[in-house]
Design a protein around this ligand. Sequence first.
Ligand code: ATP
Length: 516
Amino acid sequence: MTKQAESGLAVELIGITKRFPGVVANKDIFLKVRTGTVHAIVGENGAGKSTLMKTLYGMQRPDEGEILIDGQPVKFTTPLDAIKAGIGMVHQHFMLADNLTVLENIVLGAENLHGIGTAAKKKIREISSSYGMDLDPDSLVEELGVGDRQRVEIVKVLYRGAKIIILDEPTAVLVPQEVDELFDNLRELKSEGLTVIFISHKLDEVLSVADDVTVIRRGTTVAAVDPKVTTAKQLAELMVGNELPEPTTRGNTIQPDVVVLNIAGMTVNGAGGRPTVNDVSLKIRAGEILGIAGVEGNGQAELVEAIMGLRLLESGSIDFDGDNIVEWSTRRRREAGIGYIPEDRHRHGLLLDSPLWENRILGHQTQKPNIKGNFFIDVVDAKADTKRIVAEEDVRTPSIDVTAGSLSGGNQQKLIIGREMAHSPKLLIAAHPTRGVDVGAQSAIWDNLRSARAAGMAMLLISADLDELIGLSDTLLVILRGAIAGGFDPSTVTPEDLGGAMTGAGEKTSGAGEKK
Ligand SMILES: Nc1ncnc2c1ncn2[C@@H]1O[C@H](COP(=O)(O)OP(=O)(O)OP(=O)(O)O)[C@@H](O)[C@H]1O
């Protein structure tokens, strides 16, 4: 029986339970989201946040429990039902067509509302200006930066009449200035009476923008806290259920004479024949972490793929451990000791339909402990090592036989890190190594990377998390439009300075502790 609905609530979830084989993803969840507020959902990897939001958006059906929207009980079978009830969701990976305009992207699939011409354009302008989101309906999406693309996604759900907007880790890909703009937009939305629910692992941000915070631990709501009287540390401890370990401190472990990676004059052309990586030179020595800061789309992904042999060089050379590896296959590069944490874990990092232990072997088929004799995969060893990784990296899973696709995003990332570190790489190429990973696991991964560095590993770090870049890197470079635009001293630079250099604002790199 439905209980008496509480007024002033946009969303109320009552006793939601969702089971998957071997896992109770949501267990008797209670959540109250007040109308016209920004409500954050936090919790460890695998705690059940995405499952809960998917239930609210009609992508999953709960096994038990009730959903009330504006006090009315609803049952969603598909996202279309949720959209009709005024709910919109902006996913972490934007779902826009680059070669279309803002207008086309927004009206696609919703042509019945205001057509595809002048009326639609007028509506988009109206929405953008009333919520402080400056968007030109005629711009091509491929010409927009990450922050603007996110605004297109938000306007797209508003255009469809959303009054409740779910954002999945909205700040993961933004530089600090863009985060501020997004938060201004969220404040505008709530001042107009809209409700925002967002998932985030960045606890400082959560505390700065949310009106209410709900903490989920192991599938259950464990606390509803007031951000005005809560610290990030307290929030983290509520998530984890105990005190967090203190991270180890930085220490210089660079071996100046041992150059592990030497890239000289690397140019890589994009699809249109224009350089996406433009004459990049850099060296990484044993025991050194070289961080590259850049807004997404400035060539860092192509640089990484070229180092891994996934893209051809137009010119330049790559020396690894004294060998020119430009002609080597990706497999040979990996076997020679280059570990790889790819940006897109679904496309390049994992076989989502295969069990965890098979994913443990992926990319390392011919390396011990996987190989027995000359040809045979040693299944027993592979399974044993997968169990070790699951225990050491704290991968939350019912067993090593479930598919990688059934793990939560953060747990997939922990599995990849465990696999790549298992071979003690001489060089680790890491793109966003802790993206989607909770604070506890993040500090464990940082410790792990620091220990490997102390043991002589060299590392190229690409990350959109500026605290991570600054905290881990010994040397910090900025990439802008495919070229190295300057360097910073990580011990003195602020995230704001770095964010400014990444967007090309001013010539802040000069005189700011530039490194050669
Ligand atoms: N389709 C599925 N099949 C089987 N198990 C699933 C499925 N989706 C989620 N799970 C399991 O449900 C649990 C909760 O996962 P969920 O993705 O909701 O966590 P999360 O809190 O969003 O984690 P993260 O912070 O890592 O994104 C996990 O144990 C996960 O393995």
